[in-house]
Design a protein around this ligand. Structure first.
Ligand code: CAA
Length: 380
């Protein structure tokens, strides 16, 4: 086993770290207030090709490793978890849907290459008001009409929804068959009848844009069908396995970001005539948190490596997602406590990180769903 990152991986990590410090940190508190997405910064990072990092060059990606992509999401999320999820959904949920699909290579290239360099943005439309944890409870329907399909229905909680040029819509071509009748289509922004609905006002990740998407007699060419009827549910599940590794990276980034703020604060903050890190109770708390962060990191990097080496990664992804996001919640909550009254104030960032951490335990499969996936494998 090798615990050393390759030179390429270290370079990506460094690039993402510098970008986060220089382009995301200034203004992150203001964006949390205003819920404004940093579109210019998103496009700027895109020029490096990072959003297509893990995908093969033949379909317009950069041909890098999944671990490199994960390291980048982690670095970004240390500073700005809203940007982290926009990146992760673009790459692993939208890009993953295209890559994992059985679509012809030309179609893959058509819909993947433009997101690699941030020229276009992608989103993932699976969840509906009747289909959250029970992803099979879909009501959106696609009906064949000549060389096209007509789609009707609604999606909710679409991260990047209002920004997206391309959205993968999972829907039923034969509702009587349930998941066996599920397909998936790429629907382009501006297609008549495809509209952005309610934009959510959220507790955390406030500058990520999340909305309902409505489909009212949306005509989509049959060539945009990336999963044939019957293949859609499996495509969604496989894609979510990769997405969950991205959310785990987001969670780990939040945890590491909050830990570092607490560490520096504890070395400076004087109480009872000494820095508070000299209080053994508090220092031991940090020792426990750092150990949990490093354990979570091992699960995360293992899941990413399993994926890139073609080993089964459903369970490693679920374990990494559950562990990293629980650690994110614990570390951020403790960081607020360690910073005391200051921790509760917005200027110190950790209260925002605590609010951002909460959603990581919920989206891309709640941590209860991750336990379902893990226990299902134990008792096969
Ligand atoms: N990979 C490939 N195929 C899979 C799979 C996987 N990981 N998991 C299941 N399947 C296949 C099964 O093998 C089965 O195939 P057969 O019919 O051929 O046997 C089929 O899919 C159905 O499987 P299940 O019976 O296990 O399906 P289920 O209805 O019981 O659901 C579930 C299983 C794990 C609970 C699933 O519904 C699930 O993951 N729910 C959570 C959904 C979720 O994560 N939503 C998040 C949406 S995105 C988001 O959060 C917003 C955002 O923008 C960030």
């Amino acid at each position: 086993m090798n615990f050393t990152l390759t030179q390429d991986q270290q370079q990506i990590q460094q690039l993402a770290r510098e970008f986060a410090e220089k382009d995301l940190l200034p203004g992150v508190l203001e964006r949390d207030e205003s819920s404004e997405f940093p579109l210019e910064a998103f496009k700027k990072l895109g020029k490096t090709g990072i959003y297509g990092l893990p995908y093969p060059t033949e379909v317009g990606g950069l041909g890098g490793s999944y671990l490199s992509y994960i390291l980048a999401v982690e670095e970004i999320s240390k500073v700005d978890a809203s940007f982290g999820i926009a990146f992760s959904v673009d790459t692993s949920l939208y890009g993953g849907s295209i890559m994992n699909s059985s679509a012809p290579e030309a179609i893959k290239k058509k819909f993947l290459a433009p997101i690699t360099y941030g020229e276009k943005i992608g989103s993932f439309g699976l969840t509906e008001h009747t289909a959250g944890s029970d992803a099979a409870g879909q009501r959106t329907v696609a009906t064949k009409d000549g060389d096209s399909y007509i789609i009707n229905g609604s999606k909710c909680f679409n991260t990047n929804g209002p920004l997206a040029d391309y959205t993968v819509i999972y829907c039923l071509t034969d509702p009587a068959l349930g998941t066996k009748g599920m397909a998936a289509f790429v629907v382009e922004k501006g297609t008549p009848g495809f509209t952005v609905g309610k934009v959510e006002n959220k507790m955390g990740i406030r500058s990520a844009h999340v909305s309902d998407m409505h489909l009212d007699n949306v005509r989509v060419p049959a060539e945009n069908m990336i999963a044939q009827p019957g293949e859609g549910f499996k495509l969604a599940m496989k894609t979510l396995d990769g997405g969950r590794i991205g959310v785990a990276a987001q969670g780990l980034g939040i945890a590491k970001g909050a830990f570092e703020i607490a560490r520096k604060y504890m070395m400076e903050r004087q109480q009872f005539g000494k820095p508070i890190c000299k209080q053994q109770y508090l220092a031991f708390k940090m020792a426990e948190l750092q150990t949990k962060i490093q354990a979570a990191e091992l699960l995360l990097y293992k899941a990413a490596i399993c994926k890139e080496e073609g080993q089964p990664y459903t369970v490693p992804a679920a374990m990494a997602k559950m562990t990293c996001t629980n650690v994110a919640m614990e570390v951020t909550t403790e960081a607020v406590q360690l910073l005391g009254g200051n921790g509760y104030m917005k200027d110190y960032h950790v209260e925002r990180m605590m609010r951002d951490a909460k959603i990581t335990q919920i989206y891309e499969g709640t941590n209860e769903i991750q336990k379902l996936v893990i226990s299902g494998q134990i008792f096969r």
